[in-house]
Design a protein around this ligand. Structure first.
Ligand code: NAP
Length: 310
C-alpha cells in the first residue's frame, strides 16, 4: 500500500493551498481530485475580490495555483476518484478507483456542487438549455435569451458574464432585494440588456428538443406568465460534497457541512477539513485558501509534534 504523510481530498483552492503548505512543511503530500484540479473556482468567469488580482478569470487563477502546487513538489492526481474512507484508526486509509492509500493525516477539501431547484423540466432539459455553469455553457447562448435564477453572488456573476454574449438576460429572484455583494449589484445596474424580475419564482422549464419557455409567478400578485427563453441558468447556491466523510464518521451539521473548529479539526483526530465543504459561514476563495493553509499546518503539528506545537 502506498504511504503518504498527508492526503488532501479535493484539488480546489483549499486543497491546493493545503498541498503547498503540507509539502513546504516537509510532509509527503498527495492531493486527489476526481476531476481536473481547480475546483469550482475554475468555473468563475471573473474573480475580482482575491487580493493581489484585481481581475482574473477563475480558470487562470486555478491554473496558477495548480502550477504553484506542482512546482512546490506536491503530487496531484487528477481524475482519480475517492471511493471510500477509513479514518478512525491512526493510519487513515483512502480507497480510490485505482488503489488504496495510507496516510498519517487527511484534509477533506472536497468542495461543493451546484444545487438543483427541483422544478419540472429541470432534469429533462439539463444540457439542452438548463445549465449550472455560466463559463462552461454561456457561449452556447450567443445572441439568445437567457434566464438566470437566484439572487446571490453566483447568479449575478453569471448574469454579468452572459449579458456580454446573450441578446437579453432576465434574473428571476424570489425576493425584492439581492443578497449578492454591492459591487456586483452596481455592475448589474448599468447593463442595458439585463432585467431583474423581483419576487419571482420559476415554476417550470418547458421546451421541445431544447428549452424554449419558462413559467414564472409573481409572488406578490400571484400572476403567472410564460417567458420565451433559450437557456436557464440555475444559480441558487451549493451543497457540500461530504457524503463519504459522513459515512466514515466525520460529523456534519444539519445541512451536511463538515463541522470544524477554529483549527480546521473535525471530530476525528488527524482529520481536518477546509473550504466549501465545511460549516465556515464565509465561502470565498480567500477564506478557502486560509482554511487549507491552517488544515495543512495543523496536519503537520498532529503528525510531527514539533516543540512549538500546542
Ligand atoms: P447563495 O449566496 O446561497 O445565494 C443563493 C441564492 O439563490 C439566494 O438569493 C437564494 O434566495 C436563492 N435561492 C435559494 N434557493 C432557491 C430556490 N429554491 N428557489 C429560488 N431561489 C433560491 O449562493 P451562491 O450565490 O451560489 O453562493 C454560494 C456561496 O459562495 C456564497 O457564500 C457566496 O458568497 C460565495 N460566492 C462568492 C463569490 C464571490 O465573492 N466572487 C462568487 C460566487 C459564490 P434568498 O436570497 O431568498 O435566500
Amino acid at each position: 500500500m502506498e504511504s503518504w504523510d498527508l492526503i488532501v481530498i479535493g484539488a480546489g483552492v483549499a486543497g491546493l493551498s493545503a498541498g503547498i503548505y503540507g509539502t513546504r512543511s516537509g510532509l509527503k503530500t498527495l492531493v486527489l481530485d476526481e476531476k481536473m484540479a481547480g475546483g469550482t473556482t475554475a468555473d468563475a468567469p471573473s474573480v475580482e475580490n482575491y487580493p493581489g488580482f484585481q481581475k482574473i478569470s477563475g480558470m487562470e487563477l486555478a491554473q496558477k495555483m495548480t502550477t504553484h502546487c506542482r512546482n512546490a513538489g506536491v503530487a496531484i492526481h487528477e481524475f482519480e476518484q475517492v471511493m471510500s474512507l477509513d479514518l478512525k484508526s491512526e493510519k487513515k486509509q483512502v480507497k480510490t478507483n485505482r488503489t488504496v492509500y495510507e496516510a498519517k493525516a487527511v484534509v477533506i477539501a472536497s468542495g461543493s456542487h451546484y444545487r438543483e431547484i427541483g422544478i419540472p423540466g429541470e432534469k429533462e432539459f439539463r444540457g439542452r438549455g438548463v445549465s449550472y455553469c455560466g463559463i462552461c455553457d454561456g457561449p452556447l447562448f450567443k445572441g439568445r435569451r437567457v434566464l438566470v435564477i437566484g439572487g446571490g453572488n453566483s447568479a449575478l456573476i453569471t448574469a454579468l458574464y452572459i449579458a456580454e454574449l446573450a441578446s437579453e438576460v432576465k434574473i428571476a429572484h424570489r425576493r425584492d432585494m439581492f443578497r449578492a455583494e454591492d459591487a456586483l449589484v452596481k455592475a448589474l445596474e448599468i447593463k442595458k440588456n439585463v432585467e431583474v424580475l423581483w419576487s419571482t419564482e420559476v415554476k417550470e422549464i418547458k421546451g421541445e428538443k431544447l428549452v424554449n419557455k419558462a413559467t414564472i409567478v409573481d409572488r406578490k400578485t400571484g400572476e403567472t406568465k410564460e417567458l420565451l427563453v433559450n437557456g436557464v441558468f440555475v444559480q441558487i447556491g451549493e451543497a457540500p460534497n461530504s457524503q463519504q466523510a459522513k459515512e466514515a464518521g466525520v460529523e456534519v451539521n444539519e445541512d451536511g457541512y463538515i463541522k470544524i473548529d477554529i483549527r480546521q479539526r473535525t471530530n476525528i483526530a488527524g482529520v481536518f477539513a477546509a473550504g466549501d465543504v465545511t460549516n465556515h459561514p464565509v465561502k470565498q476563495i480567500g477564506t478557502a485558501v486560509g482554511q487549507g493553509i491552517t488544515a495543512a499546518l495543523e496536519g503537520y503539528g498532529y503528525i510531527k509534534r514539533p516543540y512549538h506545537y500546542k
